[in-house]
Design a protein around this ligand. Structure first.
Ligand code: PMP
Length: 438
């Protein structure tokens, strides 16, 4: 009889699952999804914005954006489709207790080095090697979340009045740092393959920006992943115009299928600063992120980190380190991937069923978000308010563009219980149909 390795079968099922063709139900088996692949076709023609958006320095509205999203998360009865965070890790209490009981508690009773604990740097370096990024522990800096990494890198490269290129749309927390700094922001439209390279080159040439900010994998807010070829071209352009890249890879751990190696892995000239976080895979409350910085920039960034907060919490670092050492992290990631993939498929099915034909959405192969593009004349703020009156919280597209104009789009997180996804999407779908048929 034919001998097939069990691992091959498991892998084959995960590929089918990642493509949304089957889903696993615990205790029952694999089931073929009824979902048509229509949405996959949509992604290849997908372009969330046509025009370049430019923002002159202004005051940031990050506080106004961040606080209601986080508050809504803790309010019972609210379906928060706007804010994505991971399911809590199992055994974290046990791990935390074990981390605190360590043989050498001295590390908690005195200050630590600004770059972070060497053990954790070594563990992260090993993890990154598996993702195709070969780094030494001496290139790592443990930050207070990746938000601090963003702030340190942006403040290192950019001065008030400088031009900076971001993808449009992009993470509003980065836009806000740039705004507060008084930078001038150029938002280059995203395509299904990554940032629009022709427009990028045009603006690199005409505006000589000081930094390109990119979220290369499971981009926030669209969920798109920059292709391998696009990564190479993006780096080649950055090299040609000597413009550093800030690569924010906050969502990379949440992949349903293999992703291209980070842009930093191709960087031979210390032109790329890479950052990521344990906020999306473990717990945002730990506030542990990390940067990979090479060459002369490493020492300069550490000195800045020291001025900001001396070092990242030793207790948080020890908990993450213990979680990584115990093998729990690997198991936790694989559980997250299965759960998130099921949730993504539930959301895709709900969108097919409930949303009007005019809506278009991306089909991410990991991360926490997808992006829905709506017809131009849709009153998105009104829909948001009416959804909120029915306890459904939405993040509108405009928040993710430098000029904050009324883009007819929204970011949805699929990292929610099945009932919440179905109920939330049904409520929003009805509102959209009401306004589209007017
Ligand atoms: N980068 C991106 C792209 C994000 O989406 C976020 C959080 N939403 C961050 C950075 C900051 O996350 P943290 O500071 O919790 O690591």
């Amino acid at each position: 009889s034919l001998q097939v390795n069990k691992l091959t079968i498991i892998e084959a099922y995960s590929v089918l699952e990642a493509d949304g063709i089957v889903s696993a139900r615990q205790g029952s088996g694999y089931f073929v999804n009824s979902l048509s692949l229509q949405s996959t076709k949509l992604e290849s023609t997908f372009s969330p914005a046509q025009n370049v958006t430019i923002l002159e320095p202004g005051k940031s509205s990050f506080y106004d954006m961040y606080t209601p999203l986080v508050q809504a998360k803790t309010q019972l009865g609210i379906i928060n489709l706007g804010y994505g965070y991971p399911h809590p890790p199992k055994d974290i209490n046990l791990i935390a207790r074990r981390a605190l009981r360590q043989e050498n508690p001295d590390i908690f009773f005195s200050h630590d080095m600004p770059q972070g604990q060497l053990t954790l740097c070594k563990q992260i370096a090993q993890m990154l090697v598996q993702q195709g990024l070969e780094v030494f522990p001496e290139n790592l800096i443990i930050t207070n979340g990746s938000q601090q990494g963003l702030s340190l890198a942006i403040n290192y490269y950019v001065k008030p009045g400088d031009w900076v290129i971001v993808e449009a749309p992009t993470y509003y927390g980065a836009i806000s740092i740039l705004e507060n700094l008084g930078a001038r922001i150029i938002g280059i439209p995203m395509t299904a393959e990554g940032i629009n390279l022709e427009l990028l080159e045009q603006y690199l040439h005409s505006h000589r920006p000081k930094l390109i900010y990119t979220i290369s994998t499971f981009h926030n807010p669209t969920g798109l992943t920059t292709t391998q070829a696009h990564r190479q071209e993006l780096l080649a352009l950055a090299e040609k115009y000597e413009c550093p890249i800030l690569e924010d890879n906050a969502y990379e751990g949440l992949a349903f299928q293999p992703v291209p190696a980070p842009i930093k892995a191709l960087d031979k000239n210390d032109l790329v600063i890479y950052l990521s976080t344990f906020s999306k895979t473990l717990m945002p409350g730990l506030r542990v992120g990390y940067m990979v910085v090479t060459g002369k920039h490493y020492q300069a960034i550490i000195e800045r980190k020291l001025l900001h907060d001396l070092h990242t919490s030793s207790i948080s670092q020890a908990i993450v380190s213990e979680y990584l050492a115990s093998g729990h992290y690997r198991r936790h990631l694989s559980r997250l991937r299965t759960e998130n993939l099921q949730s993504r498929n539930t959301m895709l099915q709900a969108l097919e069923r409930e949303f009007p034909d005019e809506a278009r959405w991306t089909v991410p192969t990991g991360g926490l978000f997808l992006w829905v593009q709506l017809p131009d004349n849709i009153p998105i703020q009104t829909i948001r308010n009416e959804a909120f009156a029915q306890n459904v919280y939405l993040a509108c597209g405009s928040a993710f563009f430098p000029d904050k104009q009324g883009y007819p789009a929204m970011r949805l997180t699929f990292c929610l219980p099945q009932e919440e996804i179905e109920q939330g999407i049904s409520i929003v779908g009805k509102l959209l149909k009401k306004y589209i048929s007017r």
